[in-house]
Design a binder for this molecule. Structure first.
Ligand code: ADP
Length: 481
């Protein structure tokens, strides 16, 4: 007999956050008024949360100038130990204000509060703690005897993990002695602006962190600014290519963290129930707005039917809805534009002849929603097997032999991540050596840690973030494979 539980609503209170009606940029330790503004909304309700400044040339100039001054006069002068103290302080304040950050992230992004509370915010704090530890130990990192910072870093981040991507960028830059000008994504600027308050609270020397809000045009101003020494970008492959072209004739260093179309490979000796959990986590975590999402499921043919049956049963139990409800598994799609892209690619899947399936779900009438979806009967030629959908949509392919699995898994312009499900250690090790992907998970998926380098092959990007490898991207003369 199976038992079904009824859930009563368990909403998180939003009373802990104060959202100002309008925000300016954070330059030289102060909030400065912007000239033009645009709204940021809650994608689950379409409520306007605040008006955000659209950074122009004068704002980017002022931010770069502030960052240069702080670099020259303060940040590159003080000891690594002193820098470390500030990073520890920031990390601790982030932990103290974790609930505030989590609620704000969920309101602005649409992700379930359970994820922002248990994943995004703790990991963001962990990145600051980890890099705080490196600040006074750079000469022991195996990156040369006297590693030197690059100078001013321009950092452009996406909307899928707003605070976490900020932490990935800001923490190593500061630990290595650089100062930064960061631009959050246009649809999710609020936690970066709260982070600016944390920098004030930590009494971080002015100008070390500058935050300019805006859209792609603001990002382009940062990329092309002559006063910047390094560009760190996370976002689409399309924009990554524009940035690579823009910096090619300059002396700027660059790291690019771009798209993916990860293969999640299930061999016939895999533990099926655990695997089903891993498949769900791989593609429906964060609404599938994850560059390393396990968006291509490769099932060994003799177990495909059983896995799909169990996967569909499991998907029937996914709770889609109010992101502020602590029982919610899948929240809102981040924007109207992203929803349109997902709908368009799913329609391509239909027209190419793949078979679509979604569990019955009651989607809210307001906001941007897409039910968890799987496509079966997908072939390698299908666009839904090749292009990143960046939504809760899984393409299922099958294979007969391990060699075929590897060939299909590697048949992609991307190479960010992959998953292997098997109880056989030798098979897992063999497969992981064949896969051209930066991160490979075995019998798990979407696990992140600040000590572990993350990054891709081919069109998934250049360079690594996290661990010693990530640190090297913010130091002079150190190879950054
Ligand atoms: P997505 O398509 O998922 O929104 P984007 O790559 O467009 O991803 O956006 C990621 C980040 O890059 C955002 O902060 C965005 O404002 C910024 N951006 C967009 N276009 C450009 C550009 N031409 N130059 C620099 N930054 C850009």
């Amino acid at each position: 007999m199976t038992m079904t539980f009824e859930y009563t609503p368990a909403p998180e209170s939003r009373a802990i956050v104060t959202i100002k009606p309008k925000y300016g940029h954070f330059i030289s330790g102060k909030f400065v008024t912007g000239a033009k503004h645009f709204p940021t909304i809650n994608p689950a309700t379409e409520e306007v949360l605040s008006q955000i400044a659209l950074g122009g040339k004068a704002d980017v100039d002022a931010a770069v100038k502030a960052a240069r001054k702080a670099y020259t006069n303060t940040w590159s002068k003080i000891s690594g130990k002193e820098r470390g103290k500030y990073l520890y302080r920031i990390a601790r304040i982030m932990q103290e204000r974790a609930r505030e950050f989590a609620v704000l992230e969920t309101l602005d992004n649409g992700k379930p509060i359970r994820e922002s509370r248990d994943t995004d915010i703790p990991l963001a704090a962990a990145h600051f703690f980890y890099h705080a530890g490196w600040a006074d130990k750079l000469e022991y990192a195996g990156l040369g005897t006297s590693p030197k910072p690059l100078g001013v870093a321009g950092q452009i981040i996406p909307w899928n993990f707003p605070l976490l991507m900020l932490a990935w960028k800001v923490a190593p830059a500061l630990a290595a002695g650089n100062t930064v000008v960061l631009k959050p994504a246009e649809s999710t600027p609020l936690t970066a602006l709260l982070f600016a308050e944390v920098c004030q609270q930590a009494e971080l020397p002015v100008g070390v962190v500058n935050i300019v809000t805006g859209d792609g045009s603001t990002g382009a101003l940062i990329v092309n600014h002559p006063g910047i020494d390094k560009i760190a970008f996370t976002g689409s492959t399309e924009v990554g290519k524009i940035i690579a072209r823009a910096v090619a004739p300059t002396n700027k260093s660059v790291t690019l963290e771009l798209g993916g179309k990860a293969a999640n490979i299930v061999f016939d000796d895999a533990p099926i129930d655990e695997t089903v959990e891993g498949i769900v986590n791989g593609i429906f975590f964060n609404q599938g707005h994850v560059c390393c999402a396990g968006s291509r499921l490769l099932l060994q043919e003799n177990i495909a039917e059983e896995v799909l049956h169990k996967l569909k049963n499991r998907m029937e139990k996914i709770r889609v809805g109010d992101p502020m409800d602590k029982n919610t598994d899948v929240g809102a799609i981040n924007s109207k534009e992203q929803l349109a892209k997902i709908i368009e690619l799913a329609a391509v899947g239909d027209s190419e002849g793949a078979e679509r399936w979604s569990p019955a779900c009651n989607l809210p009438s307001k906001g941007f929603w897409f039910a968890p979806t799987i496509f079966t009967g997908v072939t390698q030629a299908h666009r839904i097997a090749r292009e990143e959908i960046f939504g809760p949509v899984l393409s299922v392919l099958t294979f007969r032999t391990p060699a075929e699995a590897i060939e299909k898994a590697n048949n992609t312009p991307f190479g960010l991540s992959a998953g292997i499900w098997s109880e056989k250690g030798s098979r897992t090790l063999w497969a992981s050596q064949q896969l051209r992907a930066g991160v490979i998970w075995a019998n798990t998926f979407n696990k992140f840690d600040p000590t572990s380098p993350f990054g891709g092959y081919k069109e998934s990007g250049w360079g690594r973030e996290g661990g010693r490898h990530g640190l090297s991207a913010y130091l002079k003369g150190v190879s950054n494979e």
